[in-house]
Design a protein around this ligand. Sequence first.
Ligand code: IPE
Ligand code: IPE
Ligand code: MG
Length: 250
Amino acid sequence: MSLKAQIDLTKIPKHIAIIMDGNGRWAKGKGKFRIFGHQNGVNSVREVCESAAELGVKCLTLYAFSTENWSRPAKEVKALMQLLVKTINHEMPTLQKNKIRLYTVGQLERLPTDCSSALLEACEATKQNDQMDLVLALSYSSKWDIVNAVKKICERVTLGEIKPFEVDEMTINNQLSTAQWPHPELLIRTSGEHRVSNFLLWEIAYSEFFFTETLWPDFTREHLYEALVDYQKRERRFGKTSDQLVEDKV
Ligand code: IPE
Ligand code: IPE
Ligand code: MG
């Protein structure tokens, strides 16, 4: 049976988050510059977006550029930003055809103006689409997001809108840049690295992790299916015992 046929369409995660890693190593392995890997990574982004939307995933969050990535050589950062503008313009038909709505999270103001304006325009142009939300995490880090959330809560306390003892999980959740989406049920990281690299720290508290050795430019729809098949075999217990879950079902 094909991998796709093994997927239970009634148990598709609502939200999948992906740390797209390994572009540089992929290019180096082919004797090319790192940017060649980023360029080829765009094909994987397109394929994964299309197949996730087709399967009925409601939100796909892609880690495209971290706050820490600003420390990379200026030449690579510049090339990545140029690639971003080119890709947004080029991929508009793909987004529209698949009814995908684009969002960004992160410090958009740190991006070059042509980048941030292209992104804002694309978000605006796709706002009528309702098949899937595609969230690009750009100049994003989860600690930055949490710090911001804490600042906003402190302001509300100062204004007397909320009392410190009233602060609960929802208060924090509602101030995160990702507040409008459910937390990802599945987090995928490519390239054999087993770390989170400052991505969605709060939101992945109960996510299932899927790590693969595949480098991002080699990641295809089949790899996404593989992750989903694996995810669907797991028992998500949320602290309960296995027996309790069986009892809950009957
Ligand atoms: C992921 O690939 C893309 C970004 C972080 C922008 P990398 O560029 O990190 O590739 P490796 O991990 O060095 O191979
Ligand atoms: C994480 O990848 C960030 C993105 C995929 C955008 P990195 O390649 O930057 O992560 P580390 O630094 O190796 O953990
Ligand atoms: Mg990397």
